[in-house]
Design a protein. Structure first.
Length: 232
C-alpha cells in the first residue's frame, strides 16, 4: 500500500490543476502518485498536456493516456508538480534522490509555478541531512569529484563525503547520460550560495539544490491530513 502522506499530498495537488494547463510532471514515488491521479482525471475528460522530467515518468504518463509534449513544443509551462528529498526554510529543496534532478530543474525553471508534494517527514529545519546529489559529466569524473570535494572544503564543510552513485554494481547514469556524486554535508547553512559555488566547478552539470524555484508545497501527514506551505 502506498504511503498515506504521499498519497494525500498527491491528491491535494490535483486541486491546482486546471483544464487546458501545460504541466511539468515530476519524478519519484510521490510524483508517480500524482501522475496516477492525473491520469484518472484525464480519462474522465480533463484536457492537459504534460512534459515529463524522466523516462520513467514519460512511460507512466503515456500508459495512462496523458498527452505528452516536449518543452520546446510547450513553451512556458503553467505548473510543475514534483516531489523532494528535503524541504527547508523558504521552500529551498534538495532533489535528485531519484536521479532526475537536471531535467526536473529545467522543467521547474520553465514553469510559472512549482508545487512540491511530499510526506511531512521531508520538511526539515535546515537542508543537508540528505546527501546532496550533484550531476557531473562522465569524462574525467574523478577530477571533477576532487574539485567538488575541494570546493566544499573551501566553503567550510568539514570532511565532506563525496561518493559516486552506483546501481547494480555499475555507476548510476542519469537520463542525460551523466553521473551523480552524492555529497554528505551535514547542514547546509546557505543553500543558494552552495548551488552557485558548485555550479561553478568545472565538470559539474547541475546540483540538486532548488533555491528560489518552488512557490508552494503540500505536505501529507500519516493520518492523511495536509499542510500547505507558500502559495499552495
Ligand atoms: O528528486 C526526485 C527525483 O530525482 C524526487 O522528487 C525525490 O527523490 C523524492 O522522491 P520520493 O517522492 O520517491 O520520496
Amino acid at each position: 500500500m502506498s504511503d498515506p502522506g504521499k498519497q494525500a499530498a498527491a491528491l491535494a495537488a490535483l486541486e491546482a490543476v486546471e483544464d487546458g494547463m501545460a504541466l511539468g510532471l515530476g519524478t519519484g514515488s510521490t510524483a508517480a502518485l500524482f501522475v496516477d491521479a492525473l491520469g484518472a482525471r484525464v480519462k474522465a475528460g480533463l484536457r492537459v498536456t504534460g512534459v515529463p522530467t524522466s523516462a520513467a515518468t514519460a512511460a507512466q504518463a503515456e500508459a495512462l493516456g496523458i498527452p505528452l509534449t516536449s518543452l520546446e513544443e510547450a513553451g512556458r509551462l503553467d505548473l510543475t508538480v514534483d516531489g523532494a528529498d528535503e524541504i527547508g526554510p523558504g521552500l529551498a529543496l534538495i532533489k535528485g534522490g531519484g536521479g532526475a534532478l537536471l531535467r526536473e530543474k529545467i522543467v521547474a525553471a520553465s514553469s510559472a509555478r512549482m508545487l512540491v508534494i511530499a510526506d511531512s517527514s521531508k520538511q526539515v529545519a535546515a537542508l543537508g541531512a540528505f546527501a546532496l546529489p550533484v550531476e557531473i559529466v562522465r569524462f574525467g569524473w574523478r577530477s571533477t569529484a576532487d574539485r567538488v570535494d575541494a570546493a566544499l572544503a573551501g566553503l567550510g564543510f568539514s570532511a565532506p563525503s563525496v561518493v559516486l552513485r552506483m546501481r547494480h554494481g555499475a555507476p548510476f547514469l542519469t537520463d542525460e547520460g551523466h553521473l551523480i556524486l552524492d555529497c554528505a554535508l551535514g547542514t547546509i547553512p546557505d543553500p543558494a550560495a552552495l548551488d552557485i559555488a558548485l555550479n561553478a566547478v568545472t565538470g559539474v552539470v547541475e546540483t540538486g539544490i532548488f533555491a528560489g524555484i518552488a512557490g508552494a508545497a503540500i505536505l501529507g501527514a500519516p493520518d492523511g491530513s495536509v499542510t500547505r506551505l507558500g502559495a499552495a
